[in-house]
Design a protein around this ligand. Structure first.
Ligand SMILES: Nc1ncnc2c1ncn2[C@@H]1O[C@H](COP(=O)(O)OP(=O)(O)O)[C@@H](O)[C@H]1O
Ligand SMILES: [Mg+2]
Length: 261
């Protein structure tokens, strides 16, 4: 990627701390993400990655520190308010409406962005808006190669495609920054490959991606830059090549008995 740090950060986490009772899950963490990059957030199990996502996306309020998004503090805003500003997260587990078809699922995602007013829908003057929303939903399904299956139920899709649909729903709201928590979990190699291609395509549209992932091959292959957490703190940051050979990173992972995430 181009020289780092030349444009203003799209997302800055500043001395962020999140405590649960006496447990400090995130401890004075600071890092910045450049617009248009794919940033990896890695570290051993329990390092505080998911908690960081939960605070950044407004799911939790920080105990201390702040989150600056697009030049403004979003600390303490609710998740819906954060999402409406263009910072959207997907969950580790599917949040699809299994009994709805694909198009309806994506329409729900679009709704975040294009909310027709109640009055307009009562008066029936929202037809144009509704058509525009539907067109946007179809476009998103086409982008993910899911348009042919628009009338299938979400619950009937194979696992890998459910993940792709989850991303389609998130992307339908046209986020500037997309946070993905372990998007490759449970995927076979073909599904992983497909998902990696989708992420590159999403970045190609100008969306910034922040990715928590334990599949190191995927992380190293996809990310422009990687932030490593350990015990809730920043351990080190660098390019995939720098991270791969960093002794502190190797030690942090080897020090964890079970599969590092
Ligand atoms: N809601 C919660 N309540 C209490 N402790 C939590 C909660 N969420 C996470 N933790 C703890 O915070 C630490 C960091 O967890 P987490 O952010 O899930 O790590 P990671 O995603 O890196 O594996 C762990 O010790 C975990 O048990
Ligand atoms: Mg996690």
């Amino acid at each position: 990627m181009a020289a780092r740090g030349t444009s203003p950060a799209i997302l800055t986490v500043e001395s962020l701390t999140k405590q649960f009772g006496g447990l400090v899950a995130v401890d004075g963490l600071s890092f910045s993400v450049q617009p248009g990059e794919i940033r990896g957030l890695i570290g051993p199990n329990g390092a505080g990655k998911t908690t960081t996502f939960n605070v950044v996306s407004g799911f939790y309020t920080p105990s201390a520190g702040q989150v600056i998004y697009d030049g403004k503090s979003i600390s303490g805003l609710k998740m819906s308010a954060v999402a409406a500003r263009g910072l959207v997260r997907t969950f580790q587990h599917s949040t699809l409406f299994q009994e709805f078809d694909l198009l309806d699922n994506v329409l729900i995602g679009c709704h975040l962005k294009h909310t027709p007013s109640l009055m307009a829908s009562i008066l029936g003057t929202d037809g144009a808006e509704r058509r525009a929303t539907r067109d946007a939903a179809m476009e998103t399904l086409e982008f993910f190669d899911l348009a042919d299956r628009r009338h299938s139920l979400a619950g009937e899709l194979p696992h890998g495609l459910q993940r792709a649909l989850g991303m389609a729903v998130a992307l339908a709201s046209e986020p500037k920054v997309l946070l993905l928590d372990e998007p490759f979990t449970g995927m076979n190699p073909d599904e992983t490959q497909h998902m990696m291609e989708l992420m590159l395509k999403i970045r190609g549209r100008g969306t910034t991606l922040l990715l928590v992932e334990h599949d190191m091959q995927a992380v190293m292959g996809l990310c422009d830059y990687i932030t490593v957490l350990n015990f809730g703190r920043l351990l080190v940051e660098g390019t995939p090549d720098e991270i791969r050979s960093n002794p502190q990173v190797i030690e942090a992972y080897l020090g964890t008995p079970h599969h590092a995430a």
